[in-house]
Design a binder for this molecule. Sequence first.
Ligand code: CA
Length: 226
Amino acid sequence: MSKKTILVVEDEADIRELIQFNLEQEGYAVLTAGTGEEALAVAGKSSPDLIVLDLMLPGIDGLQVCRELSAKTIPILMVTAKSSDADIVLGLEMGAEDYITKPFSPRVLIARVRAILRRRENFGKKAAQQDCVIHKGIKIDAARHVVSSDDSRIELSATEFSILEFLIQNPGWVFSRNQIIESCKSSDYTVTERSVDVQILSIRKKLGEKGALIETVRGIGYRMAE
Ligand code: CA
């Protein structure tokens, strides 16, 4: 899986470095800019996957940067001082996806970044896929995030849902555990090869009789029966 690139825009060097450090620790590639002008130049050249943008910048106003960058459909996480609700509202209206107020903990920052990237990914997926898939009596309503089997509702966790959705969209195809992990990497749960087995076991149980439709392909992985 390729590294996501994040552009950090902040004029205060120590804060910028702190954000950069924390994002890099999480495996993101990080670009930095100290001014709005620089941010626009860097974003224009390298189209990052997300921008962490401090609104308090010298030169071009952060909100102006926000407006120009969101026009390029790059998701933006605004960084604002506390008690600047008006700026936050304005920023959101100008196209920022979310905001975080100073001072913030690195964990909160990372969580917000992840959430935005996940949202973007799911958005892309949903646009490409049908909203509703029915296969052998199992119905997946992706838009409403609901699964039913012969019209009775099945309660699945987010990860189980992702896995089942992935398999059911590709009946007859066998997937390795790693492919299954990749398919649901947008969910919060960290999936490992071993835990794929656990998830599959749980999905089968919840599906009852239809659980047998998820076939184990020995030595390779799993497949939804055609
Ligand atoms: Ca600043």
